[in-house]
Design a protein around this ligand. Structure first.
Ligand SMILES: *Cc1c(COP(=O)(O)O)cnc(C)c1O
Length: 489
């Protein structure tokens, strides 16, 4: 196409003002408001300009496009007013899927959010005293109950005096919790960390970067695969303010390795009177949950051992809202609370409401209420039975649907070996590739996210809520009976 004729095409595009003055767009603007309609018109005209630039429109095609301009603007208005965040069906079997919003919330947490958020609350008001209060008291109270077992068996520090015990504060996420702890306890001074623990965790959380931002100085010891207690001992100088231990999370070092036991680090920390901070990451709050999960650290275990402060996420194994939690010696937690960074990293009432209700379920021992714990406990036979029911609902089809043994993943920074036995639905078709099947499942409402492995589509019902089974079966039935797409240009 000639440049000259492109100029003519551009010239034949109406102006935004011109369009808005005339029907049918004037009526549209009266109905939906001037601003959104103007935006939609700009978008539609912009897209036409791009198509002219790309040489995809001649005079005739442009004329056609302009005759359908009102419909295009209406379509654009609808698109623009649709919500972007949307519910999906997670059929990946990854329980804490970072891309799919990690932990689903308990019904009690949702109810409490609604109750607190739709009106006013005592977020920072002490009802007993009738005066200004603190927002962090609401969850500290429950954390004390959940972590009481650790306080009872923990040997107190000499300087704890009349304020012994374990306190907890909450910030925006675990990355923020680590930042706050490092800045409070070691600003301008050295923090000793094993080289084997300097890993990057889910979506660019890097200890050296967080350390730099906290103004603490990283002092690496040992090697990637082996670090001994002597390495820490030799590195301690009068500049050392903190010992840091980091859970390696979704990274495993196997073979010739050596990591210092928490007990040894606690002993060294106490001997030298330097606090020990442990970044647990997923931080299992439930007793016994960690041991079943192969190397997932438990909050209680670390505190019992005598770790001074632990940090962990609210939306990983705990099964609550996104949050970073700092639990530890009252005196150290008090210092973090008075750091101005705490104010910058604080969470809102929605988070406190969700977290409080989730913790209450722990206090009551009502673990079935917490989706993450419920999904983890689902027996393979139960998942297999539901998978069979889905197969029967699909009925006769041109899709091969097979039930096979497989593994669900904990995810969310848990070790890659933290898996649970499950029953998978494996889909294969002689007409559609695995990618095509997966793309069609994504196009459903709600979209269905599956795994694609070795030319098959794998669905794990562990992470699909039972009430979603019929929708999943219906989607599979439609995919099974659909024709391969004619490839459009
Ligand atoms: C997940 C994780 C983090 C980051 O936590 P967010 O809540 O995502 O900020 C930090 N450290 C460890 C060890 C983790 O597993």
């Amino acid at each position: 196409m000639q440049t000259e004729s492109k100029v003519d095409l551009y010239k034949s595009l109406p102006s935004v003002d011109e369009l808005l003055r005339k029907e049918p767009l004037a009526a549209l603007a009266a109905q939906h408001g001037q601003l959104p309609v103007t935006d939609a018109v700009r978008t539609v005209l912009g897209s036409l300009r791009n198509q002219i630039a790309a040489g995809r429109l001649d005079g005739e095609k442009l004329g056609l496009a302009l005759s359908g301009l009102a419909e295009a603007v209406e379509g654009e208005l609808r698109r623009a007013s649709r919500l972007s965040l949307t519910k999906v069906i997670n059929a990946t079997g990854v329980i804490l899927h970072t891309n799919l919003g990690r932990a689903p919330l308990a019904a009690g947490a949702l109810e409490h959010i609604r109750e607190i958020a739709e009106g006013y609350s005592n977020l920072e008001f002490d009802l007993a005293a009738g005066e200004r209060g603190r927002r962090d008291v609401h969850v500290d109270r429950l954390f004390r109950k959940v972590l009481a077992a650790a306080t009872a068996s923990r040997s107190p520090q000499p300087e704890e005096g009349d304020r012994p015990g374990i306190s907890t504060i909450v910030v925006n996420n675990n990355a923020a919790a680590v930042l706050l702890a490092l800045n409070t306890l070691a600003e301008g001074a050295e923090v000793i960390v094993s080289r084997g623990e300097l890993v990057e965790i889910g979506g660019s959380f890097r200890i050296p970067d967080v350390m730099a931002k906290s103004n603490a100085i990283l002092r690496e010891v040992g090697t990637t695969n082996r670090t001994r207690i002597g390495d820490y001992e030799r590195a301690i100088t009068d500049k050392t303010r903190l010992l840091l231990r980091v859970h390696r999370s979704n990274f495993e070092i196997t073979g010739f390795t050596e990591q210092v036991a928490v007990e040894e680090l606690v002993r060294l920390a106490r001997e030298r009177k330097i606090p020990l901070l442990e970044d647990l990451g997923s931080g299992a709050l439930l007793e016994g949950q960690a041991s079943r999960l192969d190397r997932e650290p438990a909050v209680l275990d670390s505190l019992r051992c005598g770790v001074d402060v632990v940090t962990y996420s609210g939306d990983k194994l705990l099964g609550g809202p996104q949050a970073g939690i700092l639990s530890g010696r009252t005196e150290l937690i008090a210092r973090m609370r008075s750091n101005s960074l705490f104010r910058a990293l604080r969470v809102d009432k929605l988070t406190y409401a969700a977290l409080e209700a989730t913790l209450l379920a722990y206090v009551r021992g009502d673990y079935e209420q917490i989706p993450v714990l419920r999904l983890m406990r689902l027996p393979k036979q139960e998942i297999g039975r539901r998978a069979q029911a889905v197969v029967e609902r699909i009925g006769a089809s041109r899709l091969s649907v097979e039930r096979i043994d497989g593994e669900s993943l904990i995810g969310g920074g848990a070790a890659p070996s933290a898996v649970l036995p499950t029953c998978l639905l494996a889909l294969r078709s002689d007409r559609l590739s695995a990618r095509e099947i997966s793309a069609r499942l994504l196009a459903f409402d709600p979209p269905i996210i599956a795994r694609v492995e070795e030319g098959r589509v794998l669905l794990d019902l562990r992470t699909v809520f039972p009430e979603q089974d019929p929708a999943l079966a219906e989607a599979l039935r439609q995919v099974a009976n659909s024709e391969p797409e004619q490839r459009a240009g």
